[in-house]
Design a protein around this ligand. Structure first.
Ligand code: HEC
Ligand code: HEC
Length: 213
């Protein structure tokens, strides 16, 4: 590892550790805007795709359990407005949700426990390298610098949890950012990262994150 990379990595790590410490309190604060019990009652229509307690069993559909409330509410708002993200399966669902429903559902899913995923062994070494150090040659940053050393994201910063998520779903999202089909990332952060990634790198990092804790 060269010096610049080393400096970037240790600076990122310091930020991550600080944000991890603040995470628990912030999650509680974000959840406080919504009513988790009301959200649970409203979540019956989500089970068919997102599974029991938000632990989807279909690898194409995202797990919502343990995802941060602020991020979930933002995605629901964006999906409803068709603002940089749209999906044929989610469209009829979000059409019927108001702001309070979104906050309540977000509060509910954020308090659920995400079931562990697993990583395909074949991709772990490359995936870990990219996750922790990025790719210095093509110039994309370490995922860890924003999504944290264990992939738990940052609740207040709107940075989603990635650990344990289905690799297939993650691959779809990274390719959607790369093509610009999904463009609801603030400042184009994820579009900028993914435009420098190859298909193999996308697959490897997605597999790695699925088994990351
Ligand atoms: C018919 C299947 C289906 C149903 C029912 C459904 N969803 Fe989804 N949901 C999806 C799919 C597919 C995606 C992935 C969309 C994409 O690829 O952009 C998704 C994505 C999401 C996301 C974005 C997750 C992320 O990590 O960015 C949220 C949040 C969400 N759904 C919440 C809900 C809630 C809350 C309900 C119930 C009120 C619900 N969904 C019902 C299929 C469904
Ligand atoms: C500079 C900060 C930053 C870096 C570096 C970064 N991300 Fe992100 N990422 C974000 C933010 C912010 C979002 C939320 C976008 C939104 O609001 O929809 C996000 C969203 C995502 C999502 C969508 C999650 C979901 O549930 O749909 C995936 C997948 C993802 N990032 C993977 C990665 C990977 C892999 C890397 C490294 C190659 C990486 N990110 C590097 C900030 C970052």
């Amino acid at each position: 590892m060269n010096n610049i990379n080393k400096i970037i990595t240790s600076a990122s790590l310091a930020i991550c550790l600080a944000s991890a410490a603040a995470s628990a309190a912030e999650d509680t604060a974000a959840a406080a805007q919504g009513d988790a019990a009301a959200g649970q009652a409203k979540s019956a229509s989500c089970v068919a795709c997102h599974g029991q307690n938000g632990n989807s069993t279909n690898p194409a559909w995202p797990k919502l359990a343990g995802q941060h409330a602020r991020y979930i509410a933002k995605e629901l708002r964006d999906l409803k407005a068709g603002k940089g993200r749209s999906n044929a399966l989610m469209a009829p669902i979000v059409a019927g949700l108001d702001e309070q429903d979104m906050q309540d559902l977000a509060a509910y899913f954020a308090t659920q426990q995400m079931q562990a995923g697993y990583a395909n062994e074949e991709y772990v070494d490359l995936g870990e390298k990219l996750y922790r150090s990025g790719n210095f040659e093509s110039g994309f940053a370490a995922c860890m610098s924003c999504h944290g050393p264990s992939g738990s994201g940052n609740p207040l910063g709107g940075i989603p949890r990635l650990s344990g998520q289905h690799a297939e779903y993650t691959v779809t999202q990274l390719k959607a950012f790369r093509s610009g089909e999904r463009s609801n990332d603030p400042y184009g952060i994820m579009r900028d990262v993914t435009k420098r990634m190859t298909d193999e790198e996308i697959r490897a990092v997605s597999e790695y994150m699925s088994g990351l804790y």
